[in-house]
Design a protein around this ligand. Structure first.
Ligand code: HPA
Length: 265
């Protein structure tokens, strides 16, 4: 049983129907500049696709960019919508169903997150080896999609990115991402609880997209830009501006990772 997909190619402008993307990258807060490395052939605002919503959050654009990165056809989903904006889990995963309708089989999800692991410094990247979904939501609600979640984040892709990190000389942690609904940041007591549950990073996105992508049979890789020490582990209060600014500065490292990983996809 696969998750129903309301999107079909007929939703897309003729220019991109024949594009046949090889993979997709979903950009988290402050990472829109990554798209600068892609030679863009077409841009489609989410607002032009019936059934897709736009984010209201600073640091999130709302458009698909079709282009070439390192010789491969890629769709960049620049911006996403979140549960904390009032969307359902199914709505937050609509972009993933769109990508599946376009024929995307591999999706790289990125996000900004707080580091709950004192060994993972702000400004560094963490590759997701697993997640804990504390949003208490699922994009699959309403259907009997009893999908296996043993290996959400593709082990082969993780190996590819591990190698890419060595080649690019970019430090890449691996750990467990825990998702909450937000929009408020966590309390120090919550962060202590999450650490005891096994979380290395905490954020407000990604998990429901990953669930949706797996339900559609896509290969998934996930990356957190650790923009700050999670509440209680750093010395200053958290600000969204700091999150966006740190991920902007870390974007080049992710690009280096991606460029070295792409030839091995
Ligand atoms: N908590 C939750 N989400 C986040 C954080 C955080 O500390 N930083 C960036 N996104």
């Amino acid at each position: 049983m696969t998750s129903p997909n309301e999107f079909t190619l007929k939703h897309w402008p003729a220019a991109v129907r024949a594009f046949h993307p090889e993979f997709a990258v979903v950009l988290g807060s402050g990472l829109a500049a990554l798209a600068g490395a892609v030679s863009i052939g077409a841009a489609v605002p989410y607002a032009d696709i019936a059934g897709l919503s736009c984010s209201t959050v600073p640091g999130h654009e709302g458009r698909f960019l079709f282009g070439i990165l390192h010789g491969r056809r890629v769709v960049i989903a620049s911006g996403r919508v979140h549960l904390y904006e009032g969307h359902s889990a199914r709505q937050t995963a609509a972009g993933i169903r769109c990508l599946a309708a376009l024929g995307v089989g591999t999706v790289v999800l990125t996000n900004a997150a707080g580091s709950a692991n004192p060994a993972f410094a702000p400004g560094s990247w963490m590759m997701l080896c697993d997640h804990i979904n504390l949003t208490a939501q699922s994009p699959l609600t309403g259907g009997p999609d009893f999908i296996d979640m043993t290996e959400v984040y593709c082990p082969r892709l993780r190996g590819v990115f591990r190698n890419a990190a060595k080649i690019a000389r970019v430090g890449l942690h691996e750990g467990v991402y825990l998702a909450v609904q937000g929009p408020q940041y966590e309390t120090p007591a919550e962060v202590r609880a999450f650490r005891s549950l096994g979380a290395d990073a905490v954020g407000m996105s990604t998990v429901n997209e990953a669930v949706q992508a797996r339900a559609l049979g896509m290969r998934v890789a996930g990356f957190s830009c650790l923009t700050n020490a999670a509440a209680g582990l750093g010395s200053a209060p958290l600000h969204h501006g700091e999150v966006v600014e740190t991920s902007r500065r870390a974007a080049d490292d992710f690009l280096a990772l991606l460029e070295n990983a792409i030839p091995q996809f």
